[in-house]
Design a protein around this ligand. Structure first.
Ligand SMILES: [Zn+2]
Length: 335
């Protein structure tokens, strides 16, 4: 049995009829239109107040408002979580009460001035440090140590994100063309491929060929590359586009170690992973290709693998320093 509501006009209890109606609300200075469920009297058509429906409308208005402000409640919770700070310290840095943070994280819409602060922190987390420096003397020594440690962790995360973003920008212009094997560049996959091959240390030249063979073999089998990387013809064989930027970024961000051994006649560069390979990003056919490449070239030094790659049509028929088209994958020496 559905509920009944009191109609003032008809002076009796009625079973409301629910209609949909576009309504305008004023909320924190914004005009918000909601397609609202409204209870009406089935006899006279008068709108009837209904707490439950009103509550739902209010929630919808707040959701639309936050949407318009480009801030979600999840964002609000994430902001503090990213610093790893307690509600108390986070609030104190901003000069807010702890209760305020509790309310916002619990789903209460912040005031408009607080919304702009939270939005700024979402975009530039490092700005919290400015607030902290303004209020620094309000904190005990113990608190200062805690907060500064949190910022330090934060800084290295920001640097890592920035470096990875730079890397992405360098590759994105080839996205989804034959030059990138019709795939979008996936920095996460490239990182994992490198970790896979450098687990126990690998010669740099060899690693660069491993990447080429992984992407081209996968393309030969599936008509799409694995990582979205493009490869150039270099003297010593195919190499990923901007491979030095790639490897240096991964060294800066701590994924790998680049070890240079300087002899009289040559420099031996070894890449060694600092992180465990995570196979989650790959499906079984991709893992099979990675495994196959590793097995196939077992015991190959940089000279032998370079020579082998010089037999590839893709290498032979591409101009020096130009991108090797994935069209050549069809004729790869590996199956
Ligand atoms: Zn009525």
């Amino acid at each position: 049995m559905s509920k009944v509501l009191w109609c003032e006009v008809c002076q009796k209890e009625v079973q409301p009829r629910i209609i949909l109606k576009d309504e305008m609300y004023k909320y924190k200075g914004e005009t918000i239109e909601v397609n609202a469920k409204v209870a009406t009297c089935p006899i006279c058509g008068t709108e009837l107040p209904d707490d439950e429906l009103d509550g739902a409308i209010m929630e919808e208005v707040q959701r639309i408002y936050m949407d318009r402000m480009d801030l979600t409640f999840e964002d609000i919770r994430n902001i503090r979580a990213e610093y790893g700070l307690s509600m108390e310290l986070f609030a104190k840095i901003l000069g807010w009460g702890k209760a305020t943070v509790v309310r916002y994280e619990g789903g209460k819409v912040p005031s408009s001035s607080h919304i702009s602060i939270l939005k700024r922190l979402k975009e530039k987390p490092e700005e919290l440090e400015n607030y902290y420096h303004l209020n620094r003397d309000k904190f005990s020594e113990k608190e200062q140590v805690k907060i500064e440690k949190a910022f330090k962790n934060m800084d290295s995360e920001v640097i890592e994100r920035t470096l990875i973003d730079v890397l992405k920008r360098h590759y994105n212009n080839h996205e989804q063309t034959i030059d990138a094997g019709f795939n979008s560049f996936s920095v996460d996959k490239v990182i994992q491929m490198i970790l896979f091959f450098s687990e126990s240390g690998v010669n740099k030249t060899v690693l660069l060929k491993y990447l080429f063979y992984s992407d081209f073999l996968y393309f030969k089998r599936s008509l799409i590359s694995m990582s979205g990387l493009s490869y150039l013809k270099y003297k010593h064989g195919p190499v990923p586009l901007k491979y030095d930027l790639l490897l240096n970024t991964l060294q800066e961000t701590g994924y790998i170690e680049i070890d240079e051994e300087d002899n009289e006649d040559f420099i031996r560069i070894t890449i060694k992973s600092n992180d465990e390979f995570d196979e989650e990003l790959f499906d079984s056919s991709e893992l099979e290709v990675l495994q196959k490449v590793k097995e196939f070239f077992k015991g190959y030094g940089s000279g032998k693998i370079s020579e082998f790659s010089h037999e590839e049509d893709g290498w032979k028929y591409t101009e020096l320093n130009k991108i090797i088209s994935y069209d050549y994958a069809e004729r790869l020496q590996l199956d």
